[in-house]
Write a protein that binds this ligand. Structure first.
Ligand code: AHR
Length: 664
């Protein structure tokens, strides 16, 4: 009896405190504010960490046309004697003829003299091996020329240990002096993450070969020479509003000679001149000597992919300035014309009718309909008066011919400070449509800056593109950075501020996108891959929840102190209306370890559906990470909850991100 009375007394004391501590929010559902741009949440793509070659571009053969600086990098000769020497009267030579082909000067000459099978050949190691799947078709192709004699090419996919798991053969015809494409397909008999391809030559004659290529049969949309379907599916699942390509610093190049030039990335693949990838040598601590850009994934393919996944294309072009961290090389203003012309021609390539030169090129590549380009970036992370001077030339020329194309302009490398303030001021004065802000910062910065855009000028015609951001668990470019729950949760908190300010911020993208577990230069990355699998990070799930539960208009959600929740009691919140489905979407981040009881009162509605959908990302451990073997340590959980009249009551767990979707 005494215990019961005591408990009652305790309860009476605790109850009011509990009620006081309840996190009460009010949503003003009848006060829709800014429209959420359809392009709000998008993708940043760059060929870094084997993102394109060795990643999204499904080619399995590395250095397929012998154009790497070391012509046989990635290849191992299979002969009883050394290169160039005679083996049963046979040999292999690399021929270099730049005067005949500027873009693809080298090929392999195979001289055969009654050469038996398995005595002369090459092995290609792939990009950190080749990911091979049991039962899948593999398509081999080669450009060749056989003047006389008869030759045979034997193909063998082998495991790391050398067991054969697929074989095919191809008999070149006599072609005289003419290069032809030869093709053959075969099926793999086993799955192997690190396979190699043996190519054996047999017969007699002089066989010239180039562009040796092997693609899996399950490319995205089954396109020949296409993209890795599992990687593109991960992007499609994000339902991105836009895709920015091809970078990143790769646009600028270490110096101007290796800047990204889109015109060299279209047309027949064998004519796309290879360029060293800047991430090949950028970091002394992560050298990647075999990293080159073959441009098999070029501008046509980028546009096509954007269309496939329903994202607006956002190409970024070099503005006549190389990376200012590296060489800081600039094209003199008097020599800027070709750079500007590249921009004008790109718009024609994307949108021009097929009677125009570049529109015709697009049609010849298989896409007569325009790609509907609406935005174009000029420069990436460029800064200083030199940038503004060059940008003005681009702006004048582009607006003269294409007044409706919106320009995305760089605000440099920092999100604050003298450089940023200078550019921000100049760009707004120039009425730049989008200002590209980048922040690679610690999670604490993200948590502390959810208010960043609350005080931005609402009247400015310049809108923000948060073009590259990611929480750095250690520091920028540190190899110790992790895609842990701490960074993802901080990003989720920060993104409530982007969403709340959708009138100011109209595009945002995490960066970088992909990291290959055996070939990365930069961490963290949104999606990790190996040769066979993809792995979503906690950060990916955050991006996906925002993009999949976007809504069309922002509505105010106020905390108990009648201000937006930007960290009071470690809570962050934003809300939008999806006008098409008449649903309210509420996002709440609890950045503290403690569970918190929340009450969300929805004002200005007649009723709520009795049931709402709740999706939660949560982990008690801020250091938690997904791995290739355990990819769901942090993964969304979905359940139904009951609403009460016009409110939703919910206990948000410690370290959680919750999305509530309810029909009005
Ligand atoms: O995302 C990696 C790099 O970070 C990008 O290439 C560059 O724009 C930024 O500095």
């Amino acid at each position: 009896m005494r215990i019961a009375v005591l408990s009652l007394l305790l309860l009476l004391q605790v109850a009011p405190i509990f009620a006081q501590n309840k996190a009460v929010f009010s949503v003003q559902a009848d006060k829709p504010g800014a429209a959420v741009s359809p392009t709000m949440w998008g993708i940043f793509f760059e060929d870094i960490n084997l993102g394109a070659d060795g990643g999204m571009y499904a080619e399995l053969i590395k250095n397929r046309s012998f154009e790497f600086f070391k012509p046989l990098m990635g290849w191992q000769l299979r002969s009883s004697k050394a290169m160039g020497s005679v083996n049963f009267g046979s040999n292999l030579l690399i021929i270099n003829r730049p005067e005949k082909s500027e873009t693809n000067p080298r090929y392999l000459q195979v001289t055969l003299h009654k050469t038996p099978k398995d005595s002369l050949g090459l092995t290609n190691e792939g990009f950190r091996g080749m990911g091979i799947k049991k039962g899948l078709r593999y398509d081999f192709s080669v450009l060749y020329r056989l003047q006389s004699g008869n030759a045979k090419i034997h193909l063998e996919l082998v495991t790391e240990k050398g067991e054969v798991i697929g074989s095919g053969q191809f008999a070149p015809k006599n072609t005289g002096d003419v290069w032809q494409k030869g093709e053959t397909s075969f099926t793999a008999t086993a799955t192997e993450p690190k396979a190699k391809l043996n190519i054996w030559f047999e017969g007699t004659g002089v066989l010239d070969i180039d562009m040796l290529s092997l693609f899996p049969g399950d490319t995205w949309k089954g396109r020949k020479g296409g993209l890795r379907a599992d990687m593109i599916q991960m992007l499609a699942d994000l339902k991105p509003g836009f895709i920015r390509f091809p970078g990143g610093c790769i646009v600028e190049g270490h110096d101007l000679s290796v800047r990204y030039q889109w015109k060299r990335t279209i047309g027949p693949v064998e004519d796309r001149k290879l360029v060293i990838n800047r991430w090949n040598y950028e970091f002394a601590h992560r050298p990647t000597p075999d990293y080159f850009q073959t441009f098999g994934l070029g501008f046509f393919e980028y546009f096509q992919m954007a269309e496939d996944i329903g994202a607006e294309p956002l190409p970024i072009l070099n503005c006549g300035m190389a990376c200012q961290f590296n060489s800081a090389e600039v094209a003199p203003l008097s020599d800027l014309a070709p750079y500007v012309q590249d921009a004008l021609d790109l718009i024609e390539f994307a949108n021009g009718s097929i009677s125009t030169k570049w529109g015709r090129m697009r049609a010849d590549m298989g896409h007569p309909a325009p790609f509907n380009l609406k935005m174009l970036g000029v420069g990436n992370e460029n800064w200083g008066p030199q940038y503004i001077e060059r940008l003005k030339v681009f702006q004048a020329a582009i607006k003269r011919e294409y007044p409706n194309i919106k320009l995305v302009c760089s605000s440099g490398i920092n999100h604050s400070g003298e450089l940023f303030d200078y550019l921000n001021g100049e760009l707004r004065a120039m009425k730049a449509e989008f200002i590209d802000e980048h922040y690679y910062s610690r999670p604490e910065w993200f948590l502390a800056n959810a208010k960043r855009y609350d005080s931005y000028d609402r009247k400015s015609v310049s809108k923000v593109f948060a073009g590259e951001y990611a929480g750095q668990s250690d520091k920028t470019v540190s190899v110790n950075n992790k895609n842990n729950w701490r960074t993802a949760l901080a990003e989720a908190a920060y993104m409530t501020g982007l969403e709340r300010n959708a009138d100011v911020v109209q595009m945002a993208s995490y960066a970088p996108l992909f990291g290959h577990v055996d070939g990365w230069q930069w961490k963290p990355n949104l999606i990790w891959v190996d040769n066979l699998k993809t792995m979503p990070t906690p950060n990916y799930h955050v991006q996906k929840l925002y993009a999949n539960y976007k809504g069309s208009r922002v509505v105010p959600i106020l905390y108990k102190d009648k201000t937006p929740a930007t960290g009071q009691d470690s809570l962050y919140a934003s809300a939008t209306l999806d006008q098409a489905s008449n649903e309210l979407i509420i996002k709440i981040v609890n950045a503290s370890a403690k569970a918190q009881t929340t009450e969300v009162n929805i004002d200005g509605v007649k009723k709520l559906d009795a049931k709402a959908k709740l999706i939660t990302l949560q982990n008690d451990n801020l250091e938690a990470e997904n791995t290739m073997d355990m990819p769901t340590v942090v993964a969304p959980m979905e359940r139904e909850i009951e609403t009460k009249g016009k409110k939703v009551e919910l206990e948000v767990k410690g370290y959680s991100f919750s999305v509530i979707r309810v029909k009005l």
